[in-house]
Design a protein around this ligand. Structure first.
Ligand code: G3P
Length: 216
């Protein structure tokens, strides 16, 4: 399973990139507005320059033609940009047009296996089931990830599954076990994935013991 960072915070992306485990970034309008960033284009271009892997940027208009035009524009921002299109009927039409133009699409706001199948058939490069938001309404978000992975495998569909709306490190464990190709995680969760109190205690103990025997 690969790891993407789910953020529009440039400092976090720079820091995450240094760790050598982040192979892409996903953003959305809410994440951009959280950072108070006015110039969406500039932000996405900067992220694309920091991370060589796929960077998802979402269309922020409605209607088939408007989405197609904005997606084409976003696709010119950087070679590694991926356009996020919502899992609606309009979105499906947009995805099938963009796929024919070799524009990479991440079908976002995916909440059902049916949406995922249609997204893959339309030619989406990625589909993003939103795990946390399904959990929020009492469904098992990770079951959806598992179902999508299984069905895509069964029919040899090349669309990759991004486990999104990840809220805590256990979601990452479950996404890996479910066979998600990618988990897109907030920076805080990335740090939590690496942290273990026994590692910290062990490091302190080794250093303390080493002080006892090392020459003064
Ligand atoms: O990757 C999608 C993500 O940004 C949504 O997360 O926590 O708002 O459901 P959340």
């Amino acid at each position: 399973m690969r790891i993407f960072l789910d953020t529009a915070n440039i400092d976090q992306i720079r820091q995450g990139a240094k760790l050598g485990v982040v192979s892409g970034v996903t953003t959305n309008p809410s994440l951009v507005s959280k950072e108070g960033l006015a110039d969406y284009t500039a932000v996405v271009k900067e992220i694309c320059s920091i991370v060589p892997g796929p960077v998802s940027a979402e269309v922020v208009v409605e209607g088939v033609q408007a989405m197609i035009e904005q997606a084409r524009e976003i696709a010119t921002w950087a070679p590694n940009v991926v356009v996020k299109i919502p899992a609606t009927a309009d979105g499906l039409e947009v995805i099938s047009v963009l796929a024919k133009e070799d524009i990479k699409v991440n079908m976002t706001l995916c909440f059902s296996l049916n949406q995922a199948i249609l997204g893959a058939l339309a030619g989406a490069t990625y589909v993003s089931p939103f795990v946390g938001r399904l959990d929020d309404i009492g469904h098992d978000g990770m079951e959806l990830v598992k179902d999508i992975v299984d069905v895509f495998k069964h029919y040899q569909l090349s669309t990759e599954v991004i486990a999104a709306s990840i809220r805590h490190p256990e979601h990452c464990v479950a996404a890996a076990k479910a066979g998600a190709h990618i988990a897109t995680v907030p920076y805080k969760v990335l740090m939590q994935m690496m942290h273990h109190p026994l590692t910290d205690i062990g490091v302190t103990r080794f250093l303390t013991d080493w002080q006892r025997v090392s020459p003064q």
